[in-house]
Design a protein around this ligand. Structure first.
Ligand code: GAR
Length: 206
């Protein structure tokens, strides 16, 4: 019997792109199987992650968001993703709030990673928010995307301690290391199909 066709991932990023690289590396190393990255899109022309994607030979597209109405920009992004026939949309440091039109174009097919234990600390500077609040644990969350910011059914979370000597950079680095294993793990699990959502809960089956 022939192998099933790899699922097609479309990555959206706005910055450094370390989560994109972690996913690409996991696929290249064979630790994340059954999928391929078919396009890397950005709203920022000089996002370092886009340069890396180009250097690695991925198909890239830039749709600058500045000055473009949200619905219009999102429609361009969605059209690119549809043209690449993506099965899953992977937000990897994509720092834009998505319009309902975009979200509805990919129902239950958009994943995001956020550097906090949601629902704590959505939005910007999540790691600094955790430090300032004084939590003893922090971490990252991979979740399906719904219409609220950094919100949706949680697929998995990874926890790290907050240490007395931490500043924002140190805590961010400890969380980022976990992000890089969490995202490939979450993608693999979603692609396995061995889950069902029960309200807000992601339940493993099989
Ligand atoms: C990551 O820490 C990711 O969790 C965060 O942006 C960073 C992107 O880093 N995303 C959010 O805050 C989303 N609300 P990267 O460009 O190196 O992957």
């Amino acid at each position: 019997m022939s192998e099933p066709k790899p699922k097609r991932l479309g990555v959206l990023l706005s910055g450094r792109g370390s989560n994109f690289i972690a996913i690409a590396d996991a696929i290249a190393a064979g630790s994340l199987t059954g999928c391929e990255i078919v396009c890397v899109l950005s709203n920022i022309a000089d996002a370092p992650g886009i340069t890396t994607a180009q250097q690695r030979g991925f198909a890239t597209e830039i749709h600058v968001s500045k000055g473009v109405p949200r619905e219009e920009h999102d429609a361009r992004m969605a059209a690119s993703l549809k043209a690449h026939a993506v099965d899953l949309v992977i937000l990897a440091g994509y720092m834009r709030v998505l319009s309902p039109g975009f979200i509805n174009a990919f129902p239950d097919r958009i994943l995001n990673i956020h550097p906090s234990l949601l629902p704590a600390f959505p939005g910007l500077h999540a790691q600094l928010q955790a430090l300032n609040y004084g939590t003893k644990f922090a971490g990252c969350t991979v979740h399906f995307v719904d219409e609220a910011v950094d919100h949706g059914v949680i697929i998995l979370q990874k926890v790290v301690p907050v240490l007395d000597g931490d500043d924002e950079a140190a805590l961010s680095a400890r969380i980022l290391e976990q992000e890089h294993t969490a995202y490939p793990e979450a993608i693999a699990h979603v692609l396995s199909g061995e889950y069902r959502a029960h309200g807000q809960r992601y339940l493993h089956i099989g």
